[in-house]
Design a protein around this ligand. Structure first.
Ligand code: ATP
Ligand code: MG
Length: 607
């Protein structure tokens, strides 16, 4: 169900994306092709060379025919041999040059596309959470991968095929015009007419192919949705119904596919062949007419027919590529739209922060994810360097949101957050990330080695340090059980207990040794043994770990055992501070909410 729900808006957005105007293509090509100047030059050379050789080869044959026609058996053998040799050389070298051309074209295309893909991925990572919340991972994959792949074909094929074909077409017509004005003019007219007919008739198929693609994507999303909800389908005995619906989708797809193929067959057989048969007819009649009036030699008539045959490929290619181009411009439109988005959380110019634990000030902060639905309202408090705040509150009261503001996943809609009197918005994002360690409510582990999961791919951290930190967190024995030690590849968060995953997240923070720690406790209940292990790890985290100094810490607490160790307590209620004070004082005051929580138990009161 979730997959399908996510699909809906994505489809709608895809359909709504406007194709980019064609003039946007040039800056993009320039930007990604310019760094590959040498290779692009080689590509252009191959393109022109290949076309020239393709046009030259029939000229040899034409001269050959003329010599034989004129002198019969008395034709000079040496010239005949050399013409034959030149023909073979032109054809062979032409093939090699085209081969080299397709190599350069693929290489240029892939390089450009990969750079674009990297740029887009970097851009998406820099965009803030409000952007990512509004989009499914699937949609981003489609943009960063799907749309870029279709642009890759522009970089290579568009340049190589359209340009190559256009040059070939122009070359053939130019040579013909020079050699025989009337033949050239006739074939130029024919080319224009053929192109118009081919292009118009191809369009006939477009709605049919679109209908087929639509049926295909409906089938895919049907399968995706039902496979996603397999548990529910099975448990409720919906299998038969699902298969019947699948049959329906399949029948639609088949019917539309067959209709599209039928039209394609009609197009290919009747129109395309018809056009070129007519072209041949025209060329032959013209040839016979001119030959009889002695206005063209036999060799020239041969050239006329040969070149007419050679016109087919570029004409068809250009027609086909122009259609692809329309699809590509839609991709380009989506890519440009994505590139034009800029992050709302803007990095500051940088600050001269020391590594020590700062005083945190939250000054009249309000925040809403969506306009008109405040999640935090006028929250103000401060936390002394090295102190620990236990943040409590019902589910949805805004605790996690507050931690997100402190690490600048979002910026407050009003108010300011300061470390040691300096607004955090003034720091660069890298400074802030180095300064603030975060353990989120549900820890994300990647399908990567334990080492990479801990260091985030920073190879400068020595193994001994990793082992030390894991041992400190009581994960030494666990590490010992892993077949390849730190190189063991984790299968994401699966295969680890909640306690192990949490402590691995602690290890990440330990390695960073930040001055501020934001710890969002997992709200799931833990068994007593795991709880003890986590508590011990938390204590170490609060104690400052190997840095010695105590870190300024905010713990979103879901367990009483955690709350016992903090200096201060703050209770949030619907985004406002309901109570805030030193833990000892609040615990001693029987009238405080906190002491009521302590006697009744957090879970009972807060959930
Ligand atoms: P819990 O104890 O369940 O973790 P919490 O106190 O951490 O709850 P928050 O996650 O801060 O609560 O959520 C506060 C409010 O903001 C909730 O109403 C929630 O639905 C909403 N909210 C949280 N994250 C988002 C988001 N990314 N986009 C929109 N609304 C959100
Ligand atoms: Mg939360």
């Amino acid at each position: 169900m979730t997959a399908a729900a996510a699909q809906g808006p994505r489809r709608a957005r895809r359909a709504a994306a406007k194709p980019a105007p064609i003039d946007q293509l040039a800056p993009l090509l320039w930007r990604y092709l310019r760094p590959q100047g040498a290779r692009v030059a080689m590509l252009a050379l191959c393109l022109l060379g290949g076309v020239a050789l393709q046009i030259v080869a029939p000229q040899m044959t034409s001269r050959f025919i003329d010599l034989v026609a004129r002198f019969g058996a008395a034709a000079p053998a040496r010239r005949l041999w050399s013409l034959a040799g030149l023909f073979i050389a032109a054809t062979l070298i032409g093939q090699l040059v085209r081969l080299a051309g397709s190599y350069f074209s693929a290489s240029v295309g892939w390089n450009a596309a990969n750079r674009l893909r990297e740029d887009l991925a970097r851009h998406c990572l820099a965009l803030d959470m409000s952007f990512h919340n509004a989009r499914t991972p699937g949609e981003l994959i489609e943009r960063v991968d799907g749309d870029v792949s279709s642009l890759a074909s522009v970089f290579s094929q568009f340049v190589f095929q359209i340009l190559g074909s256009a040059v070939l077409l122009a070359g053939i017509l130019a040579v013909l015009l020079v050699q025989n004005l009337r033949i050239g003019a006739a074939l130029t007219l024919f080319s224009a007419a053929a192109f118009a007919v081919l292009f118009a008739s191809r369009r006939l198929g477009t709605p049919l192919y679109a209908a087929e693609r639509q049926a295909r994507s409906e089938l895919a999303s049907f399968v995706e949705e039902r496979v996603g909800g397999l548990d529910d389908v099975r448990a409720n005995g919906g299998g038969g119904h699902v298969v019947r619906r699948l049959e329906g989708h399949n029948d639609t797809l088949t019917a539309r596919g067959v209709r599209a193929i039928r039209v394609a067959a009609v197009y290919i057989v009747l129109i395309a062949n018809g056009v070129f048969i007519a072209g041949f007819g025209l060329a032959l009649s013209l040839g016979v007419y001119l030959f009889q009036r002695r206005e063209a030699s036999l060799g020239e008539v041969y050239l006329l027919i040969q070149y007419t045959a050679m016109l087919r490929q570029p004409l068809e290619t250009i027609g086909g590529q122009i259609q692809d181009l329309q699809r590509t411009m839609a991709s380009l439109g989506r890519v440009l739209e994505l590139q034009a988005m800029s992050p709302r959380v803007r990095p500051g110019p940088g600050l001269a922060w020391t590594g020590a634990s700062p005083r945190i000030e939250v000054d009249r902060v309000s925040f809403a994810y969506a306009e008109g639905e405040p999640v935090l309202s006028d929250v103000s408090f401060h936390l002394e360097p090295g102190a620990t705040l236990g943040l409590l509150g019902r589910t949805g009261s805004g605790k996690t949101t507050l931690t997100r503001l402190i690490c600048r996943l979002y910026d407050p809609t009003a108010g300011e957050i300061r470390f040691d009197g300096e607004p955090i918005a003034k720091a660069t994002l890298a400074q802030l990330h180095a300064h603030v360690g975060v353990v989120t409510q549900d820890v994300q582990l990647f399908q990567a080695s334990i080492r990479d999961n801990l260091t985030f791919f920073d190879s400068a951290i020595p193994d001994a340090r990793l082992q030390g930190v894991l041992a400190d967190l009581g994960l030494g024995a666990w590490l010992g059980r892993q077949a390849q030690g730190l190189d063991t590849v984790l299968q994401g968060s699966g295969g680890l207990s909640a306690g192990e995953a949490q402590r691995l997240a602690f290890a990440r923070v330990f390695l960073k040794s930040p001055g501020v720690v934001l710890l969002d406790e997992a709200s799931s209940r833990l068994d007593p043994a795991t709880e003890r292990l986590i508590n011990r790890a938390t204590e170490r985290l609060l104690g400052g770990g190997d840095a010695g100094a105590r870190r300024t810490t905010i713990i979103v607490a879901h367990r009483l055992s955690t709350v016992r160790r903090v200096d201060r307590i703050m209770i949030l209620e619907a985004g406002r501070i309901a109570e805030h004070g030193a833990r000892a004082a609040l615990a001693a005051d029987p009238g405080s909410r906190f002491s009521r929580l302590l006697s009744a138990g957090l879970e009972e009161v807060l959930s």
